[in-house]
Design a binder for this molecule. Structure first.
Ligand code: R5P
Length: 315
C-alpha cells in the first residue's frame, strides 16, 4: 500500500492539549487552526479556520473525564472534517472511554463500548488509533481499521531504570494476566504472580489470595488503568503482607477518580508510573506518581500510518 497522498494534519480537541502539543512537537508539525469552543448553554461550537481538503487528518482526543463532553466534541470534530472534505480521518484516542462496558454482564444494560464504536464509525472516522483498550476485542466492534497500541514500551524504558533486578510481575486480577505476561517477557522473562480480586462495587474490591510467591522480591504490579485506586492499592497491600521487598506500579491510564489519589498516597507503594493518555495536571500529585509520555509513540504511529508502514513494529 502506498503512503497517503495528502499531508498530515493534526487537530486537537480540548481533552488533552498538552499531549496534542507534544505529538505536534515530535512530528514538527503545527496543530491545525481550529476553534473548539462552547456556546453559553454548553453545546460544542467547532470551526476550522483553514482548508483541510484532501489531507490526512489525525484528531487527538482522549474520551477521558468529562467523558461525555469529550466524546461529543470528538464526534463533532469528525463531522466537521467530513463536511470539509478531509481526505482521510483518523481518531487518535489515547484513552478510550466506556471500554469497561464491553458486554452484557447482567440483564437490561447497554454495551456502551459498542455504542461509542458505532458513533465514531458513523460520525466520520476512517480509522481509530488507541492505546491499551480495556478489552482488546473492542477492536471487533468496528468495521474500520483499529490500530491498538500499548503504553508498555514507554513504561518499560522507565521501569528498567528504576526497579531492582529480578522483579516479579504481578497482575492485580485474572483478566490482567495477558498484560502481565507481556511485561514479564520484556523484563527478562520475569516470574509472574496473580492476585485473586473480587469486585464488591464500582469502587470497592476484596482481595484474599495471591497465586505466586512474592516474598523477598521486588514487585511490579501492572494494569491497564487506575480508576478509584481500589484494585491497585489492595494488590500492593497483599504483596507487602506477603513479604515483597518493594512495590512499583506501572499503569497505562491514570483515570484517578473519587478516592484514587488518597488511596495511592496511603498505599504501601514505592513508585507509581502512569502514562499521559489522560491529563494529570494536579499541582498536588503525590510525589510517588511519575508520568511517562506516550507522545513519541503516538507520533511514530501517525507517521507510520501516513506512510502505510507497519504499526505493530512499535510494540
Ligand atoms: C479491571 O478489570 C481493570 O483492569 C482495573 O483493575 C480497574 O478498572 C481499576 O479500577 P479501580 O482503580 O477502581 O479499582
Amino acid at each position: 500500500m502506498a503512503a497517503f497522498n495528502g499531508e498530515i494534519t493534526l487537530i486537537a480537541g480540548n481533552s488533552h492539549p498538552e499531549l496534542a502539543q507534544a505529538i505536534s512537537k515530535e512530528l514538527g508539525r503545527p496543530l491545525a487552526d481550529a476553534d473548539v469552543r462552547h456556546f453559553p448553554d454548553g453545546e460544542c461550537d467547532i470551526k476550522l479556520n483553514q482548508d483541510l481538503r484532501g489531507t490526512d487528518c489525525f484528531v487527538i482526543q482522549s474520551t477521558c473525564p468529562p467523558v461525555n463532553e469529550n466524546w461529543a466534541e470528538l464526534l463533532l470534530i469528525l463531522d466537521t472534517l467530513r463536511r470539509s472534505s478531509a481526505g482521510r480521518i483518523t481518531a487518535v484516542m489515547p484513552y478510550f472511554g466506556y471500554a469497561r462496558k464491553d458486554r452484557k454482564d447482567e440483564g437490561r444494560v447497554p454495551i456502551s463500548a459498542k455504542v461509542v464504536a458505532n458513533t465514531l464509525a458513523h460520525g466520520g472516522a476512517d480509522r481509530i488509533v488507541t492505546l491499551d483498550l480495556h478489552a482488546a476485542q473492542i477492536q471487533g466492534f468496528f468495521d474500520i481499521p483499529v490500530d491498538h497500541l500499548y503504553a508498555k514500551p514507554a513504561l518499560v524504558s522507565r521501569l528498567k531504570e528504576i526497579t531492582d533486578p529480578n522483579p516479579m510481575i504481578v497482575s492485580p486480577d485474572v483478566g490482567g494476566i495477558k498484560m502481565a505476561r507481556a511485561y514479564a517477557k520484556v523484563l527478562g522473562n520475569a516470574d509472574l504472580a496473580i492476585v485473586d480480586k473480587r469486585r464488591i462495587s464500582g469502587s470497592e474490591i476484596a482481595i484474599e489470595h495471591m497465586i505466586g510467591d512474592v516474598s523477598g522480591r521486588p514487585v511490579i504490579i501492572v494494569d491497564d488503568m487506575i480508576s478509584t485506586g481500589g484494585s491497585i492499592s489492595e494488590a500492593a497491600r497483599i504483596c507487602r503482607d506477603q513479604g515483597a521487598s518493594s512495590v512499583t506500579i506501572a499503569v497505562s491510564h491514570a483515570v484517578f477518580c473519587g478516592p484514587a489519589l488518597e488511596r495511592l498516597e496511603a498505599a504501601p507503594v514505592d513508585k507509581v508510573l502512569v502514562s499521559d493518555t489522560i491529563p494529570r495536571n494536579e499541582v498536588d500529585l503525590p510525589s510517588k506518581i511519575e508520568v511517562v509520555s506516550v507522545a513519541p509513540l503516538l507520533a511514530k504511529a501517525i507517521t507510520n500510518i501516513h506512510d502505510a508502514k507497519s504499526v505493530s513494529s512499535l510494540f
